[in-house]
Ligand binder design. Sequence first.
Ligand code: ATP
Length: 233
Amino acid sequence: MNPPLLALNGIIRRYGAITAVGRINVTVAAGQRLAITGPNGAGKSTLLGLIDGTVTATSGKVIYDGTDITTWPTHRRARAGIARVFQHPQVAARHTVLGNILLGVHRHHRTGTALLPPRRAAARLMREMTLHLADQTGLRTVGTHLAGHLSYGHRRQLDLAMALAGQPRLLLLDEPTAGLSDHETERITRMLSALPDTMTVLIVEHDPAVAARITTTTLQLNAGQPTAEGGPA
Ligand code: ATP
């Protein structure tokens, strides 16, 4: 087992009388692929929010790569390599697909998450990274299309490409196949199962067949509490 990349220690999130996540302890090893399952309202999205910083903890600690990041804002966590793909795609509709990916690459270059050489060499490298990401996410053939004209499936692939642009160490995916056709689900599943082994992935996924192809362990939640943890069986 690799050393832990992420640990949630006694993490709690309450909304008034509702306990969305109740004193959870979870350790995720570097390179682990963990599925988070459970019924509606189980606390799955809240758990992802506690990790990416969009939700603040009521109590408990979030430890990432040995550092307590519990009070870090989202942008600081993103710079440290935590990326999240949301349920609803967030892309610049008037830019092309490649333009969007380039924006993602550029944003991470500007904020210093990727190590790139200066000026012209950097511009060339960013273009190469953009094309590589387009290939990796199956978007090369629609590279010149406007993002606003893409099918829903392709927009989700674009959102994934933009998250990958930051070369994240920890990728959080919130229902990546929700609302997709069988064909689109197959495309995304194949892409996710081909992510580099070094990337740690947490995925909220309702479809057990999809989860089984991408992940090796599952954390099942109910009413903010783990009810099962282990391999797919
Ligand atoms: P779903 O599968 O429906 O997305 P989920 O497992 O992701 O559900 P959460 O969205 O994390 O569940 O919600 C857990 C509980 O916390 C629910 O009872 C929800 O109503 C409540 N909750 C989540 N966010 C808030 C909020 N901002 N304000 C009040 N209650 C909230």
